[in-house]
Design a protein around this ligand. Structure first.
Ligand code: OSB
Ligand code: MG
Length: 368
């Protein structure tokens, strides 16, 4: 298609409760929303999942806005016609920034699929019409507050609980949640908060029958994770380290991970996500869809991905109400622990423009 213009806006949406992790506390979600329009008037939407500060990954909102305007959009405008399948190659000379690139690729893919009257799920290879939902629970101020929050999610029907952990908030909270819900699927996420020497400590989680421990060590420490995997019985699952298909191949070859969390933004888009999914299916490695506190725009696309057959574990694909009082799309509502995969063309949802305008803090149009 021939791209006419990009609309880039920054939005900020308060979270229903602060989300504390080992890398900081989020009280609202700021992110870039991309809208692309082609010459025939086809429109595509996507969100850039980079956060306000470079704490989870090196990308951040203001940096990506600059990068997108300064380098990435001009690279796309240098071609008279583009297809979503060409975007990663076109942007590859500009290093890094998978989240910014994923947003542009996804917006273009959405417009392309809408014009072809095809859903993202069918394009990616989805085989399910609904997906099992897990929920990611932040570090709480007290154990009582943790139990109260987990309780509300269990009551709402979430099929898997993930607890954020860090040194000083790990064995005890996990023990108590496991004692309170002896059979709920439970896992933990450390967001790189531990060191290679912490193997004996992390092995104390082994009695609690956890599905996995997510990203205990630095994202670059693949060998460290391999060493840890030999010390702890709980399976290791990499998140931050898996930045591409190649990174996934390396981590598997080094036996640093036996489960993989796929986040489309972190790996540069949905097309790379499918390649990682296919590798994992071939290698019989379970995968699940991670989350980045997405609005309904990103959530819709994540659900299409999570509907692929290799996604055998519940993902961090939670209902809109877990994050926001009001979402930018029709809310995603959980039914018996599942969310429906959107079936409409493209990502299958449209943002509510009036509400989007209300929460927009900056907006500009970049035309060819
Ligand atoms: O590490 O999975 C993570 C949120 C933001 C950044 C990183 C992570 C998370 C979550 C929440 O755990 C996932 C979600 O519910 O969207
Ligand atoms: Mg994680």
């Amino acid at each position: 298609m021939k791209i006419q213009e990009f609309e880039l806006r920054t939005i900020e949406l308060p979270l229903v409760r602060p989300f504390r992790t080992s890398f900081g506390t989020q009280t609202s979600r700021e992110l870039i929303v991309v809208k692309v329009t082609d010459e025939s008037g086809n429109i595509g939407w996507a969100e850039d999942v980079a956060m306000s500060e470079p704490l989870y990954s090196p990308e951040y909102v203001a940096g990506n806005l600059d990068l997108i305007k300064r380098f990435l959009i001009p690279a796309l405008f240098s071609r008279s016609e583009v297809r979503a399948e060409d975007i990663a190659g076109l942007l590859a000379p500009y290093l890094g920034a998978p989240m910014a690139k994923a947003a542009l690729e996804t917006a273009i893919l959405d417009a392309q699929l809408r014009s072809e009257k095809r859903s993202l799920g069918s394009y990616l290879g989805a085989t399910k019409s609904k997906v099992e939902c897990g929920v990611s629970v932040g570090i709480a101020p007290t154990i009582d507050q943790l139990l109260e929050e987990v309780s509300s999610y269990v009551d709402a029907g979430y099929r898997r609980i993930k607890l954020k952990i860090e040194p000083g908030w790990d064995i005890e909270p996990v023990r108590i949640v496991r004692e309170t819900w002896p059979s709920i699927p439970l896992q933990v996420d450390a967001n790189q908060a531990y060191a290679r020497e912490d193997g004996d400590h992390l092995a104390k989680l082994d009695p609690f029958n956890l599905l996995l421990i997510e990203q205990p060590l630095d994202e670059h420490d693949i060998l460290g994770h391999a060493g840890l995997a030999r010390k702890v019985r709980t399976p290791i699952c990499l998140d931050e380290s898996i930045v591409s298909l190649r990174a996934a191949q390396d981590a598997l070859a080094l036996e640093a991970t036996t489960i993989i969390n796929i986040k489309p933004g972190r790996v540069g888009g949905y097309l790379e996500s499918v390649r990682i999914h296919d590798l994992c299916v071939e290698r019989e490695i379970p995968v699940w869809c991670g989350g980045m506190l997405e609005t309904g725009i990103g959530r819709a696309a994540n659900l299409a991905l999570a509907a692929l057959p290799g996604f055998t574990l519940p993902g961090d694909t939670s209902a809109s109400s877990r994050y926001f009082k009001e979402d930018v799309t029709n809310p995603f509502v959980m039914n018996d622990g599942y969310l429906d995969v959107p079936q409409g063309f493209g990502i299958g949802v449209d943002p509510h423009l009036e509400f989007l305008d209300e929460i927009t803090t900056s907006k500009e149009i970049v035309s060819r």
